[in-house]
Ligand binder design. Structure first.
Ligand SMILES: Cc1cc2nc3c(=O)[nH]c(=O)nc-3n(C[C@H](O)[C@H](O)[C@H](O)COP(=O)(O)OP(=O)(O)OC[C@H]3O[C@@H](n4cnc5c(N)ncnc54)[C@H](O)[C@@H]3O)c2cc1C
Length: 321
């Protein structure tokens, strides 16, 4: 089986989820006797190609027309490369980037797609994939009847491989820029710069819920505890809707899906839509002043307490070491 991993990067570094996608691809290649390659798209991507070559052979496609991840162009290049190389399986981490681009590539290729895959096995020569459905209420096992297969994986479900001692080969993919679609024009990216890790990539996430009354308290309680732990901050939708936390922090069914080593929920009730985004975290700690809050059914450790009293004490204790 020929497997193509579509690498996601920020212009200088590979996103951790891509390495989990390589872990997934390697595991299938081992089972099927296949081979894995990665495709890096962008402009001035030498350092990214070099980094990726520590994990797989790399195809680098460097063009000013690909300077920004505009979905129609990227999808076209991915589809062209996959067709030309007769790839059987195209893989990426399940991120906003992949949601925008990979489905379109699948449409151009006419293959079959499964997103958010969390497990897989080979059954009588047929690959089957496990993927959560209905906000995680069920896990479906699906087989993809079509060629090629296009799969996005949840990064937390797959281990990243260790980098190889000797770099793999890299080669260049040339594209005809005039053949690229021009229906979408890149204007600008608006994002808040933060020194904290991304909520989808952090090993520890501290999330705040409706108990937090305003942005200053969010920063003083959620933000400060996160900083003490080197963690990312997250939020329930209640705080996003109230304008207290920014949209990109929302964890849940309509937010980010996270599965860190440690998830700390501060004043979050544990609505099913929130749980859909964090219940696969390795250890869940909940602090809530209502002993009957549903979050305690999911949490590994629970503390019935007022976050306004307990969190400053926690921050103080961690600071004191
Ligand atoms: C289609 C749809 C999609 C949705 N998607 C999402 C999603 O992606 N993510 C998401 O989070 N929600 C989502 N929701 C909303 C979800 O249903 C809940 O309304 C939301 O998660 C509640 O947020 P919360 O737990 O912060 O607030 P609440 O449910 O109001 O809970 C607040 C909790 O804080 C506790 N508390 C209050 N004061 C204190 C204090 N001082 N100290 C300690 N504890 C205290 C209370 O006991 C309570 O348990 C979605 C809803 C719908 C319908």
């Amino acid at each position: 089986m020929h497997i193509l991993v579509v690498a996601e990067h920020d212009g200088t570094t590979i996103r951790p989820g891509t390495l989990s996608a390589v872990g997934f691809a390697n595991s299938i290649a081992e089972k099927t006797g296949g081979k894995v390659e990665s495709l890096v798209l962008g402009h001035d991507i030498d350092s990214v190609v070099r980094e990726m070559a520590r994990y797989t052979p790399v195809l680098g496609c460097d063009s000013s027309a690909l300077a920004n991840p505009v979905a129609d162009r990227y999808a076209k290049v991915i589809a062209d490369v996959a067709s030309e190389r007769h790839d059987d399986l195209i893989v990426a981490a399940s991120t906003t980037y992949a949601k925008d681009i990979l489905g379109r590539a699948g449409g151009l290729l006419g293959g079959a797609m499964a997103s958010e895959v969390v497990g897989h096995e080979l059954r009588e020569g047929q690959l089957v994939f496990q993927r959560p459905m209905f906000a995680g209420a069920i896990t479906a096992t699906v087989a993809l009847l079509g060629h090629p297969q296009i799969v996005t994986i949840r990064a937390a479900a797959y281990e990243a491989p260790r980098p190889a001692d000797t770099a793999f080969d890299t080669s260049t993919v040339d594209i005809d820029e005039s053949s690229l679609p021009n229906h979408i024009c890149f204007e600008q990216v608006e994002s808040k710069s933060s020194d904290r890790p991304d909520v989808t990539e952090a090993r520890i996430v501290v999330s705040g819920g409706r108990a937090i009354k305003n942005s200053e308290d969010f920063e003083r309680l959620v933000g400060k505890l996160a900083d003490q732990l080197g963690a990312a901050t997250g939020s329930s939708r209640a705080l996003v809707d109230a304008g207290i936390a920014s949209n990109e922090l929302q964890v849940g069914q309509t937010g980010k899906i996270v599965a860190p080593d440690l998830y700390i929920a501060l004043g979050i009730s544990g609505a099913v839509q929130h749980l859909a985004g964090m219940k696969n975290s390795k250890v869940i700690v909940a602090i809530n002043n209502d002993p009957d809050a549903p979050i305690f059914d999911t949490a590994d450790y629970g503390l019935v307490a007022d976050v306004y009293e307990i969190v400053p004490q926690l921050i103080e204790k961690i600071h004191a070491g």
